[in-house]
Design a protein around this ligand. Structure first.
Ligand code: ADP
Length: 495
């Protein structure tokens, strides 16, 4: 096993990795920028090293400085977290060349899956269904128009190197195609230093369902079931849960088998996620593979009881997976809400400032993965995700009640946050019924329009009433099917 791991990240995910290292008896080494001198990850790590100025390009993305530091402090391995260098195959290659273990997949797997058209080609060759569309970049307007009319509008123009929900535009007609093509190329070049774009069929109101996969260096693969990530704003996830209330056991079998196929196709090892879009008929299509630990990994940890970060470290050191497929079960329901420093009343403008007061919820079934504490500074330099509230309970209805209870306990002052907004979503009737897709927030404008004041109490009461009704309804349905109510309750909800 490793003696020392250098964590090339910040915020809540750096804290998460530090905690895993401590439990494994491995020295955790953190890096910090000028803006993070007193941040939680800087204070919690066994060793912390100043890496540069606040802008990420001068600190968390300064490849040479990071590699020099790793050698100097004799780190055996580097954990990249998510974002920053986690899916950068050049960085991974440089780490491999320096004789340091990268805690993640090989640079080869990352570069295969990082290019969206190459990944689509590989998937269709391996009989994993992909979203209809091109498997090569579209070179000219004429070529694009021909293909788009074969596929049928609306289509999406997408950047081959895109990520983070950026670099895609919905196109409704041939006229729009002609006027948008060059603009989308320019945007792609600016954002991703690569102006290749391609066409995908725009799937109407699908769900975003993803499967957690894990491989070791000996060629063993498992999946850890699906996550439902359809509650998104501008293609970025806000609320995630596991399992999905939309996925039945037959669909689960199919989608998890497809995910394992996808992982095998790129010779994958370590933690990875295969993302799919699922239409209302439960047809699913490969969207992309995320070759790293995901923000939303805790919901999978909570339903399965497996520690994915410790497993990442063990597998990177060459150990076989510590569990077989048969040993992974869905034990409960889990929901995560992302706490952002942003202002939902002001077009979600990121909010900066010093945290003056910070009180986290706790109690049974509550986990908070946070990167902040009292007196932390939230700056303009990094992602506004400051913490994740993750709750679990015996079934979905109870998990919703739990997360609403926990959100009500949260108290953060000094920055504006999205807690009331999250409460509105989680207590809305449609969310509670599981009646949503990726366009939910766009459609349900009311979630944005109602005033913030006094919402928490009012919503809590409303949500409890709706949940009570739903629970009664389901219990009645279930009682008709079988006499054994209590111990079958969990199975009933997850089959
Ligand atoms: P990124 O790499 O930027 O995260 P993805 O390809 O994973 O981009 O897509 C992000 C989100 O964009 C999806 O979860 C979904 O909401 C939406 N999306 C992507 N492709 C399509 C499509 N073909 N049809 C409809 N929505 C899509």
């Amino acid at each position: 096993m490793f003696k020392k791991i250098l964590i090339v990240n910040r915020g809540e995910i750096a804290v998460r990795v530090i905690r895993a290292c401590k439990e494994l008896g491995i020295i955790s080494a953190a890096i910090y920028s000028d803006a993070d001198k007193t941040s939680l990850h800087t204070l919690l790590a066994d060793e912390s090293y100043h890496i540069g100025a606040a802008p990420a390009s001068e600190s968390y993305l300064n490849k040479n400085k990071i590699l020099d530091l790793a050698k100097k402090i004799k780190a055996d391995a580097i954990h990249p977290g998510y974002g920053f260098f986690s899916e950068n195959s050049d960085f991974i290659q440089a780490v491999e060349n320096a004789g340091i273990i990268f805690i993640g997949p090989s640079s080869k797997s990352v570069s295969k899956m990082g290019n969206k058209t190459e990944a689509r080609t590989l998937m269709s060759q391996n009989k994993v269904p992909i979203v209809p569309g091109a498997t090569k970049p579209v070179k000219s307007i004429n070529e694009g128009i021909k293909l788009a009319s074969q596929i049928g509008y609306p289509i999406l123009l997408k950047a081959v190197a895109g990520g983070g929900g950026k670099g895609m535009r919905k196109i409704n007609s041939q006229e729009e195609f002609s006027s948008s093509f060059e603009a989308v190329k320019r945007e792609a070049l600016k954002a991703f230093a690569n102006d290749d774009i391609y066409i995908e069929k725009y799937i109407n109101n699908p769900r975003h369902i993803e499967v957690q996969v894990f491989g070791d260096k000996l060629g063993n693969y498992v999946h850890l079931f699906e996550r439902e990530c359809s509650i998104q704003r501008r293609h970025q996830k806000i609320i995630e849960e596991a399992p999905s209330s939309f996925v039945d056991s037959e669909t689960r079998e199919k989608i998890t088998s497809a995910a394992i196929k996808a992982a095998k196709a790129c010779g994958y090892y370590n933690a990875g996620t295969i993302e799919f879009l699922m239409d209302s008929n439960k047809n699913f299509y490969f969207l992309e593979m995320n070759t790293r630990i995901q923000v939303e990994h805790p919901v999978t940890e909570l339903i399965t009881g497996k520690d994915l970060v410790k497993e990442q470290i063990a597998v990177a050191s060459g150990k076989p997976l510590s569990f077989t497929q048969n040993e992974i079960k869905i034990n409960c329901h889990s929901i995560e809400a992302r706490i952002y420093a942003e202002d939902p009343q002001n077009n979600f403008l990121p909010s900066t400032g010093n945290i003056l007061n910070y009180y986290e919820p706790s109690g049974p079934g509550v986990r908070v993965d946070s990167g902040i504490r009292r007196d932390s500074a939230v700056t303009v330099y990094y992602d506004p995700l400051v913490a994740k509230l993750v709750c679990w309970d015996s079934n979905r209805d109870n998990a919703i009640k739990k997360i609403l209870r926990a959100l009500g306990e949260y108290n953060i002052s000094g920055i504006t946050n999205n807690i009331s907004f999250l409460t509105k979503i989680l207590s809305s009737e449609k969310f509670i019924k599981g009646d949503f897709d990726i366009s939910f927030l766009e459609r349900e404008k009311i979630l944005f329009d109602s005033p913030e004041s006094n919402l928490v109490d009012a919503d809590m009461q409303k949500a409890s009433a709706i949940l009570a009704g739903l629970l009664k309804m389901r219990t009645n349905v279930f009682q008709r099917k079988s006499d054994a109510v209590s111990n079958k309750w969990i199975e009933q909800n997850y089959e």
